[in-house]
Design a protein around this ligand. Structure first.
Ligand code: 5RP
Length: 218
């Protein structure tokens, strides 16, 4: 089974958690795209979806799935999204696709967060994947200097602007033995809109595609 087939199997396994007549949150990335494509097959069951990015909203619309604004839906029963890294404690690094801020908002507003991923994303300790920060443009150098003070190696994602008009700094080599503490620490750096650690609000369930089938963690 290829990595992409593992992503697809995990994404399709999340369909079982959708309640008829609900509005659900939908994430961003190649695994979330598999989920959106699978949703198209059962779209009669859904009242609509809240997307965590313009790209996912466009893909939902291509499948004629109604795209709703979080402001008008209130809290959601379910959010399904991928991750760049995940631990068995259901702590995640997200934001490889640059959508971390909207992803964090939709995850926060959702009762259940199911993370869908292929087996390569499972790690013992977060941090091999460079941590994405969404940063207000005028703060990029200041935030970079603060990351160096914390022992990280910041790299501006060249030529990239988020859906919110901000920049992404990918921070390499940050120690993340206590992801909750690091997430909180980074949230207090002026100019950081959000960071890609999802530990305070981690996933509730991880569906991990493996060559032997979909493993449920959580
Ligand atoms: C986007 C994300 C994605 O969930 C993450 O990058 C995983 O992507 P993929 O499913 O393509 O491996 O956080 O901001």
């Amino acid at each position: 089974m290829t990595q992409d087939e593992q992503k697809q199997a995990a994404a399709e396994a999340a369909l079982d958690f959708i309640e008829t007549g609900s509005v659900i949150g939908v994430g961003t990335g190649s695994t979330a795209n598999h989920f959106i494509d699978a949703l198209a097959r059962i779209k009669g069951k859904l009242d609509g979806a809240v997307a965590s990015s313009e790209a996912s909203a466009a893909r939902l619309r291509e499948h004629r799935i109604p795209v709703l604004e979080l402001d008008s839906t209130g809290d959601l029963p379910l959010y399904v999204d991928g991750a760049d890294e995940a631990t068995r404690h259901l702590h995640l690094i997200k934001g490889g696709g640059g959508a971390l801020t909207r992803e964090k908002i939709v995850a926060a507003a959702s009762k259940k967060f199911i993370c869908v991923a292929d087996q390569s994303k499972l790690v013992d300790v977060l941090g091999s994947f460079p941590l994405p920060l969404e940063v207000i443009p005028m703060a990029k150098s200041y935030v970079g200097r603060q990351m160096v003070k914390l022992g990280g190696r910041p790299a501006l994602r060249e030529g990239y602007t988020t859906d919110n008009g901000n920049f992404i700094i990918d921070v390499h080599d940050l120690e993340m033995l206590d992801p909750v503490a690091v997430e909180e620490r980074l949230d207090h750096v002026a100019g950081v809109v959000s960071n890609g650690i999802f530990a305070r609000r981690g996933a509730d369930l991880l569906l991990l595609g493996t060559p032997g089938g979909v493993e449920k963690i959580g």
